[in-house]
Design a protein around this ligand. Structure first.
Ligand SMILES: Nc1ncnc2c1ncn2[C@@H]1O[C@H](COP(=O)(O)OP(=O)(O)OP(=O)(O)O)[C@@H](O)[C@H]1O
Ligand SMILES: [Mg+2]
Length: 309
């Protein structure tokens, strides 16, 4: 079942198209990533989906509720972590959570219970009575994620959840995202961190200049640019790449003491290399097969304005 449906959504700011006719769907229970460079339109998309901005055209549904026509019903299902922290700096972490609980209409007992559970889950118990203005960036990020969960939301929107965090804090946030997802929550996150998209997301939409240029699972996205698959080899004695001609190789690069053969047929190239090694009596010192990374896909799809799949 699709919990999010986005149809031909566009947003213009004074004639500038920040989001340009995008469509996508998110299945219940998946982690969906919007991946794109600065200014691609990720935050604008999240703002439209969460009812903060009105689209110029197109529509979005959350669990079949149109965000423009039934905003209350749609928003009831959401937990939102905005790009900029929105906790009250002069309140403690605990009071921030209680306050949000009140906004969501939870009774006192539920508010207290939920806040305590979340403080524990997010490792903020020790600092729960400290004012947020004394929190580090990582602590604030954990707190806003906890705030988004005060409402027992079905879908969580996270705008750059780990940006600016150190490795340890980012890892904690990522493991929390996975945990929430394993408990059945659907998650839409934006990121420009390719590793993060690769590690977390079931599906990724790559955005560039307001458009979605590709949408698929991380592995299938990598498959779409198989031309960057390669075989990397080093021989005991120097080999001039000009002296090697194999079928199915589009390019040979010399990288340090290694030669890199770009090919879609890695296995074939390995056989050819072994034959070459035998006939020229030149031993193979190392041999690796390299597949494209999500970064290769990203670079390929976002390097030009006209890029398309
Ligand atoms: N309120 C606004 N008024 C005018 N232009 C805007 C407004 N909000 C966003 N934009 C423009 O729309 C484009 C997309 O911005 P957006 O914040 O959605 O990008 P993003 O993908 O989230 O980027 P980042 O990775 O830097 O967060 C940018 O060119 C931005 O300058
Ligand atoms: Mg943004």
């Amino acid at each position: 079942m699709n919990i999010v449906k986005v149809n031909n959504l566009s947003k213009e700011f004074n004639g500038f198209r920040a989001v340009d006719n995008i469509s996508f769907e998110i299945k219940k229970g998946e982690i969906f990533g919007l991946l794109g460079p600065n200014g691609a339109g990720k935050t604008t998309t999240i703002r439209i989906l969460t009812g903060i901005l009105k689209p110029t055209s197109g529509c979005a549904e959350i669990n079949n509720f149109d965000i423009q026509k039934n905003p209350l019903e749609a928003k009831q299902l959401m937990g939102i972590v905005p790009e900029t922290t929105e906790a009250y700096l002069d309140l403690s972490a605990y009071k921030n959570l209680l306050f949000i609980g009140e906004l969501y209409g939870l009774n006192k007992k539920d508010r207290v219970e939920r806040a305590s559970d979340l403080l524990k889950l997010f490792e903020l118990e020790e600092s729960m009575n400290k004012k947020v203005k004394f929190f580090s960036k990582g602590m604030r990020q954990r707190l806003v994620l906890a705030m988004a969960l005060m409402n027992d939301s079905k879908i969580i929107f996270l705008d750059e959840p780990t940006s600016g965090l150190d490795v340890k804090s980012a890892r904690l946030i990522k493991s929390l995202i996975k945990k929430l997802n394993s408990e059945g929550k659907t998650i839409l996150l934006t990121t420009h961190n390719i590793d993060e998209a690769n590690q977390l997301c079931d599906n990724v939409a790559i955005m560039n200049y307001g458009k979605i240029v590709a949408i698929n699972t991380p592995e299938k996205l990598k498959d779409t640019i198989q031309s960057v698959s390669s075989v990397e080899v080093s021989f005991e004695k120097f080999v001039d790449p000009k002296n090697i001609k194999f079928d199915g190789v589009s390019k040979v690069d010399k990288e340090g003491d290694k030669l890199k053969f770009y090919t879609r047929q890695q296995e074939q190239v390995i056989f050819s290399l072994v034959d070459y090694s035998k006939s020229s009596k030149n031993k193979i010192v190392s041999l690796n097969t390299l597949k494209p990374t999500l970064e290769d896909v990203f670079v390929k799809l976002t390097e030009s304005k006209e890029s398309n799949v």
